[in-house]
Every structure is written in structure tokens, then in C-alpha cells.
Design a protein around this ligand. Structure first.
Ligand code: NAD
Length: 428
């Protein structure tokens, strides 16, 4: 959704609000309101036709008091230093709330990856590493894929870094393909992580998961595995998913009253999360307008597509049965919708807790790279479940003890942990 809000100003104002709740020392706030380090640089790349094109690259390291900075690299035509600053800041809070010993970072290149050939992409990501290699690494800053970047690109970047330092160093980057130092369980990590937090929320609210239904927005990486997890881990029923149809340039809701089968739908979904609606219809699914997902008579809503989807307009459409909103996407809920959730007593699992499964398994990938020993998928998912369950409990306890909204509680837990680390290290 197009927005005129400056993402970094938003990240700072969210921080300021919680800093006030925590009564933070202004000197401490001054450190946390801004990234500790920022890199802005130009990357000349030889294109396939022999010309040289110069790309603008960024890396922002927000705070590494709790461990090396961690965060993805985005390829996006609308990237700015402020989007990267905001995302780096949010990574600090996400790693802290999940209690993984990493800080916050983010990187980007202003580019539409669809305009580059495979070899141009390879030269561009290698160029990014050639600029940044002295300031990244397993003990400094560990990038990962994000919007517009892929596991293959991570393998090239790891290779470039390893050549520059003269030692095979897989832990310098995560999200690598299996066979190149990647971790089992990464594909399903974010979606399953969402479901582990939903399970804990249901325990708290004394809901029987096997009697519960969900409506999910999106059918990409997060939403596909959230759907599978809701059915296979919780024994619940998913009434619909939705997706953006790139051919029709509109979104659709794909539903079935007796419950969708995500495994089947995945066989008719492309790599961008677009479902073949003709085949879905032939298999007995109902195809409705993209906005219908939020109106379903369900217990749990899982917005797992885009930011700003649950807003002042759409929040009015939510059915009376909804008890939990699990934010699989980053920033799916606007402050106006939050106010409605507070009034109605709907339990919100805030994004940077709910979708922390991805970064948690990225951390596990780095741990396995360090050990040069790799866990089974079951071991990875079991450790993920433990981490997510403890993280959820930390936020719930804070929310109950301080009588604050869960989103504020998650911020309070995260900021408190980062401040403690800074104090212990003698920074403040
Ligand atoms: P993805 O690209 O794999 O899937 C996105 C899905 O959303 C697709 O099915 C797409 O068709 C659908 N979609 C897009 N616009 C829509 C609309 N207007 N209405 C309905 N559906 C729409 O993306 P993803 O990796 O699943 O990420 C989804 C969200 O989760 C993003 O906000 C992302 O930042 C966040 N997230 C992802 C991860 C991860 O590990 N993948 C981790 C943390 C957070």
C-alpha cells in the first residue's frame, strides 16, 4: 500500500512512546533512536552489454549491544536510507524479543531485480560484498535475503566474502541454499513460528485449537506454512487464504467452508504466491474479492501478506467471533486498528514477536555454520518452538504485569533487554 509516512520517523515515534512507558534515561534513548553505523556507497557493475551501471547500496547497523547485527538485504527501486534505517531498528527489537544474541541491521540496493540478468545480479551482489566485507562477518554483521534477493544470491555473497578473507566462512550470511551451508527448517520457520505463538495465545485464552478456525491473508512463504501449521500442529481449520493475482492486478480470497487444503493449493501456486484460480475453482474452492478474508466468521485472523492491511476501514469488517490477530506480515496493522483491538479486547500477537521464527532459524543457521555440524529438520523446529514459546511468555507476562497492550509489552521486553546489554557493556 502506498504510504507517505516516513518509515524511520515511525520507528522512532514507536520507540519514543515505549521509552516514555519505561521511563528511559534520555541519554540512553539518544543512542537507541539512531543507528550506530550507516554505510552508503556506490557499486559500479559491468552489464551484459558491456556498459557500466552504478548502483546505490546501503547497510545500516542499528545496535549490536546484544551481538552481531542481523538483517536482510533488499533489492527495491524505492529503497532509501530511511527505509533501511527503520528496518534495521525493527531488527534490533525483533532479535531482542526473540532473545537471540544478535543486534539489528538491514541493507539494500536501489534496483528492480526484474531488470537484471542472472549474471548481472551475481556481479551486483559480489560488488556489494567487495565494498562491505571489512564491516560484515559472523562476529560483526550477518546479512540475509529479503525482498528481491534469493538464497542463490546469498551463496554468491558467501563465496565472495570467503574469497576475500581467504577462508570458507559460511556464517557470514544466512538464508543460504541447502548444500551451501543453509539450515533445514528455514522454509517453514516463519509460518510455523506464527502458529507456535497462536497455540500459546490459545492456551492463555483457554481456547480449544481443534475447534478453532482461521482466515489468512496471503499465500506466500509465511502464509502457506501458517496454513499448514494451523491444520497440522493445532488441528484447526483454515477457511480461506488470499493472494494478489498479477495477471488480473487484483487480489482474491480463495475459500472452502469445510476447510482449505494448503498442500493442494501449493501445487497450483506459482513462486510469487499467486494461485491458479481456474484450477482452484475446478477443485471446489470459492473465489471471492480479495477483501473478503477479513470478514470471515473465524476465531483467528492471520494477516501475512503486506503492511497496512488491517486499518481504520477494514477493521470495521472483522467478525464478532475473532479473538486473536496473529501478525505474520511486518506492520499489517495501523495504529487506528490497534485502538479498535484494544477496545474489543482482541488479543494481538505483534509482528516482531509473531514472525520472529525466520530470524530465529537464521540464527540457528549461523550456529550450525560455526559448529560445522548440522541439525535435522526436527531438531531445528523443536528448538524454534522452544524459543518462540519462551518469547511469547515473556511478552504475555509483561503485558499482564504492566497492564499494557501486547504490542507495547513486546517493545518493552525488547528495549529493556537491549538497554541492559548496553549497561552491562558499560556503554551507558
Ligand atoms: P511472499 O512474497 O512469499 O508472499 C506474499 C503473499 O501475499 C503472496 O501470496 C501474494 O500474492 C500475497 N499478496 C500480496 N498482496 C496482496 C493483497 N493485496 N491481498 C492479498 N494477498 C496479497 O512473502 P512472504 O515471505 O510470505 O512475506 C509476507 C510478509 O511477511 C511480509 O510482510 C514480510 O515482510 C513478512 N515476513 C516474512 C518473513 C519470511 O521469512 N518470509 C519473515 C518475517 C516477516
Amino acid at each position: 500500500m502506498a504510504t507517505t509516512i516516513n518509515a524511520f520517523e515511525m520507528a522512532q515515534s514507536q520507540f519514543d512512546h515505549v521509552a516514555e512507558l519505561l521511563n528511559l534515561d534520555p541519554q540512553v534513548s539518544e543512542i537507541l533512536r539512531w543507528p550506530l553505523r550507516e554505510f552508503s556507497f556506490r557499486i559500479p557493475v559491468r552489464m551484459d552489454d558491456g556498459t557500466v551501471r552504478v548502483f546505490q547500496g546501503f547497510r545500516v547497523q542499528h545496535n549490536d549491544a546484544r551481538g552481531p547485527n542481523k538483517g536482510g538485504i533488499r533489492f527495491h527501486p524505492a529503497e532509501t536510507i530511511d527505509t533501511v534505517r527503520a528496518l534495521a531498528t525493527w531488527m534490533t527489537w525483533k532479535c531482542a524479543v526473540a532473545d537471540i544474541p544478535l543486534g539489528g541491521g538491514k541493507g539494500g540496493i536501489i534496483v528492480d531485480p526484474a531488470t537484471l540478468s542472472t549474471s548481472e545480479k551475481e556481479r551486483l551482489v559480489r560488488g556489494w560484498v567487495q565494498v562491505m566485507w571489512r564491516n560484515i562477518g559472523p562476529r560483526q554483521d550477518v546479512p540475509a535475503p529479503d525482498v528481491g534477493t534469493t538464497p542463490q544470491m546469498m551463496a554468491w555473497m558467501m563465496d565472495e566474502y570467503s574469497k576475500l578473507v581467504g577462508a570458507y566462512t559460511p556464517g557470514t550470511i544466512t538464508g543460504k541454499p541447502l548444500g551451501s551451508g543453509g539450515s533445514l527448517g528455514r522454509t517453514e520457520a516463519t509460518g510455523y513460528g506464527v502458529i507456535y505463538t497462536v497455540r500459546e495465545a490459545m492456551k492463555h485464552l483457554k481456547m480449544d485449537p481443534s475447534k478453532c478456525t482461521a482466515a489468512i491473508q496471503g499465500f506466500g512463504n509465511v502464509s502457506q506454512y501458517a496454513a499448514i501449521g494451523f491444520i497440522e500442529i493445532l488441528n484447526g481449520k483454515v477457511l480461506c487464504v488470499s493472494y494478489y493475482d498479477r495477471a488480473d492486478k487484483v487480489s482474491y480470497t480463495v475459500s472452502k467452508a469445510e476447510g482449505i487444503d494448503p498442500h493442494f493449493l501449493m501445487t497450483i501456486t506459482d513462486q510469487y504466491g499467486s494461485i491458479d484460480k481456474t484450477k482452484a475453482k475446478a477443485a471446489g474452492y470459492t473465489i471471492e474479492d480479495g477483501g473478503e478474508w477479513i470478514k470471515k466468521d473465524v476465531d483467528v485472523l492471520i494477516p501475512a501478506a503486506l503492511e497496512g492491511q488491517v486499518n481504520a476501514d477494514t477493521v470495521k469488517l472483522i467478525g464478532p467471533r475473532v479473538k486473536i490477530v496473529a501478525e505474520g506480515a511486518n506492520g499489517p496493522t495501523t495504529p487506528e486498528a490497534d485502538e479498535v483491538f484494544k477496545t474489543k479486547g482482541i488479543f494481538v500477537i505483534p509482528d516482531f514477536l509473531c514472525n520472529a521464527g525466520g530470524v530465529t532459524v537464521s540464527y540457528f543457521e549461523g550456529v550450525q555454520n560455526d559448529m560445522n555440524y548440522y541439525w535435522t529438520r526436527e531438531e531445528v523446529l523443536e528448538k524454534l518452538d522452544t524459543k518462540m514459546t519462551i518469547a511469547f511468555k515473556g511478552v504475555l507476562d509483561m503485558s499482564l504485569n504492566r497492564k499494557v497492550f501486547t504490542r507495547d509489552a513486546a517493545y518493552m521486553v525488547a528495549i529493556d533487554r537491549v538497554v541492559k546489554a548496553m549497561q552491562l557493556r558499560g556503554w551507558v
